[in-house]
Design a protein around this ligand. Structure first.
Ligand code: CS2
Length: 433
């Protein structure tokens, strides 16, 4: 019989004092920030999720421990991650407020998805609303400074979070708003580690590899990157021990990550689903999709600021990462939240190309695939209620494009090209439009 996973049974140190809080306790946090924080035994994380109450309960039963299965094409190595000192469901709001008010807590990392930074109307009950409540409590409890470290794939994510907090705080008192401007540091980050959702099979593998019954394992790839720019007024874990890099300017790296990795993911997800593929490794082997991906990287390279050689190396490595059979990354998972992802990943390159009067195939294919996805698949997107009917309307291409960027919808040649590409994808699968 496999033993229960606990700190005692695994012979792992006791939980470190909580000095970091995390919001968004999903697989990505555990494969990324938690794994980096493990490099510094003085820092423990209190991790919160406002969605899934099962996971914090399971982690609590496992003393915060879980196994991280690092898989390349052939081998899997399992590491027990011990950085999470406490895990909490959303209903623990008193604990959340107490943690954020504590001067021992120096930083808050966030993985709340791209959609989590949208503030429209009352922020209460949203991730931003929770952060605002936490900051308000901290201000009232003495106002120790704090670093906020967003770890989602948005350009200028520190600035985006700052704006979201500012907007949400519009009705707060002036003293609090001045404190938030002065004492809250917004750190920009580029995060990278491909981490698919955990499957039943991964639980069995965890038991085989570790000898423990682990009900919260995470599967990830060997590659990992974390770039950060910003201040940590009360200090931070020695994340550099695990390979994090602190730089002055993230813009070029952010482009590289968002356009080359995430942009290609989005293209593979939408065009790939339209062509009947299910996972990234399958899609990247499909001749039509392999060609589109290469075209996408060519066109993105024209507008990226890193040196050509660096971009070429990054592409080479991405191909290996995408084609790894160790990490089966579902296209449907990547296809979620297109309305939030496309503007960060695809549109900057497409708009620059259109300004130069060119009509590049790859981003057009991504938009065409998105349209088909909105018509045919289950859609997870904060704007689904608006987008799905538009995608099924008579003037679908123009209507959907106008919902993401009005200038796209006014570009008649683009609207026609996306419409043509919808046909091409249909013909390639032998389906009728
Ligand atoms: C993916 C990302 O789901 C998605 O949209 O593109 O989660 C991607 O796997 C990560 O950014 C990799 O670092």
């Amino acid at each position: 019989m496999t033993a229960r996973l606990t700190r005692a049974s695994a012979g792992v140190r006791p939980p470190a004092p909580v000095r970091a809080v995390h919001l968004g306790l999903g697989a990505f946090h555990r494969a990324h920030q938690a794994a980096y924080t493990m490099a510094d035994p003085d820092w423990g994380v209190a991790a919160y999720t406002f969605r899934n109450t099962e996971l914090p309960r399971t982690l609590t039963e496992q003393d915060g421990l879980f196994s991280l299965q690092v898989r390349d094409d052939g081998d899997t190595e399992a590491v027990i991650v011990d950085a999470i000192s406490r895990a909490h469901p959303g209903c623990d709001s008193e604990q959340w407020l107490a943690d954020l008010a504590s001067p021992e807590v120096a930083l808050l990392t966030l993985t709340i998805t791209e959609a989590g930074y949208r503030v429209s109307g009352d922020p209460d009950g949203t991730a931003i609303g929770r952060v605002l409540a936490g900051l308000r409590g901290r201000y009232r409890a003495g106002g120790a400074p704090i670093a906020l470290v967003p770890c989602d794939n948005l350009p200028g994510n520190g600035g985006v979070l700052r704006e979201a907090i500012r907007t949400a705080a519009a009705r707060e008192d002036a003293g609090f708003r001045a404190w938030a401007e002065d004492q809250v540091s917004f750190v920009d980050t580029v995060v990278d580690r491909i981490t698919p959702a955990t499957t039943e099979q991964d639980l069995a593998t965890a038991a085989q590899l570790t000898g423990f019954e682990d009900r919260a394992p995470v599967v990830t790839e060997p590659f990992s990157e974390w770039l950060l720019a910003g201040d940590f007024p009360l200090g931070r874990p020695a994340w550099e021990e695990a390979g994090a890099r602190f730089v002055d300017d993230l813009a070029a790296y952010e482009q590289r990550k968002l356009w080359f990795l995430n942009g290609a993911h989005t293209l593979l997800a939408y065009a790939g689903l339209a062509l009947g593929c299910a996972t990234v490794d399958e899609a990247v082997r499909h001749p039509v999709l392999a060609r589109l991906t290469a075209l996408w990287w060519d066109v993105a390279s024209r507008h990226a600021s890193l040196r050509a050689q660096e971009l070429a190396d990054y592409r080479q490595r991405l191909l290996l990462r995408f084609s790894s059979r160790g990490v089966r990354h579902n296209l449907l998972q990547i296809a979620s939240d297109g309305s939030q992802k496309i503007p960060a990943r695809i549109l900057p390159v497409l708009l620059a190309e259109r300004a130069a009067q060119r009509m590049p195939d790859a981003p057009v294919a991504a938009l065409a695939g998105w349209l088909i996805h909105l018509r045919e698949n289950p859609v997870t997107d904060p704007c689904a209620d608006e987008l799905v009917p538009l995608a099924r309307s008579a003037d679908a291409v123009r209507a959907v494009l106008s919902a993401v960027d009005s200038s796209l919808a006014e570009d008649r040649e683009l609207v026609a090209a996306v419409g043509d590409h919808v046909q091409r994808l249909r013909e390639a699968t032998g389906r009728i439009a």
